[in-house]
Design a protein around this ligand. Sequence first.
Ligand SMILES: NC(=O)c1ccc[n+]([C@@H]2O[C@H](COP(=O)([O-])OP(=O)(O)OC[C@H]3O[C@@H](n4cnc5c(N)ncnc54)[C@H](O)[C@@H]3O)[C@@H](O)[C@H]2O)c1
Length: 320
Amino acid sequence: MKHYSLQKRSLVTGGAGFLGSHLCEQLLKDGCSVLCVDNFFTGARRNIEHLLGHPSFELLRHDITFPLYVEVDEIYNLACPASPVHYQFDPVQTTKTSVVGAVNMLGLAKRTKARILQASTSEVYGDPSVHPQPESYWGNVNPIGPRSCYDEGKRCAETLFFDYRRQHRMDIRVVRIFNTYGPRMHPRDGRVVSNFIVQALNGEDITIYGDGTQTRSFCYVDDLIDGMVRMMNNEADFIGPVNIGNPVEFTMLELAQAVLELTRSNSRIVYRELPHDDPRQRQPDIALAREHLKWEPRVALKSGLERTIEYFRQLLQIGR
Ligand SMILES: NC(=O)c1ccc[n+]([C@@H]2O[C@H](COP(=O)([O-])OP(=O)(O)OC[C@H]3O[C@@H](n4cnc5c(N)ncnc54)[C@H](O)[C@@H]3O)[C@@H](O)[C@H]2O)c1
């Protein structure tokens, strides 16, 4: 259906989640009209409360495993629980969200001729034998383990995106997101940055799994959203998959120490056994993003942590 307004209509699935809420905010700033779709499994109204009065913002409670009939110009498909505690809570629903959700959103994009971007993940590389991981690496993923509902669901979603392109010549984009942190992360998602900050602010022991020498790279949310929007808006024939993440690596021990320093907490660091299937090392190769999107992360860990700590300080005070 043709639309008489010149405003671009963007659909963001998972828009009430951590990344989705920042994306909605950015798209509104860019002048788009935004339809945020979420079933509130891990998302929260408080993440988008400040956008509810905006004339170009609309919120719809909907589960993307069911078809959706709306008119849009572009779709950012972010709906999916993203941390192990949440995606393992109902693993069948997790796979359905990735796979059936992708089919539904691709069907919608096909009907409306919208461009569609998939929020994929570094987990498609599994426990990588190549370091850092370029997009050309096919991954080392366990298909039957407790993390597989997420990893394989996301891999299958990528397959669907590329098959819809081959079969129906659709306008797709795929970004592979590496560990991202920032305000509006779920306080109990078990991810390392939020865990450490909440523990430090509550004066509880900071738990490190393993000996603390395993490394991770962390991308601040503003950088990630910038990369995602650049990918959606790039008019060249660059459809991805493209890694978006921060290649600067830190050990878990270094992260814990940075959090302790910035929160001025007296918490102690304690060590626990490493969970099943936990990759020892993950680091994005961002050469493609640099070349095609002229993108690279700008926010240093210290300043990103400061903003995130401020958010959690307020959240814990409100007690929600
Ligand atoms: N945050 C990261 O570090 C990271 C890393 C890699 C990939 N990703 C991907 O980015 C996306 C967003 O992640 P996030 O960190 O914001 O997680 P999040 O859990 O905060 O957001 C996901 C949102 O999707 C919603 N949702 C879940 N299932 C749904 C369904 N069936 N229908 C409609 N809505 C549904 C949730 O309620 C939530 O609001 C996910 O697809 C995730 O896999 C995130």
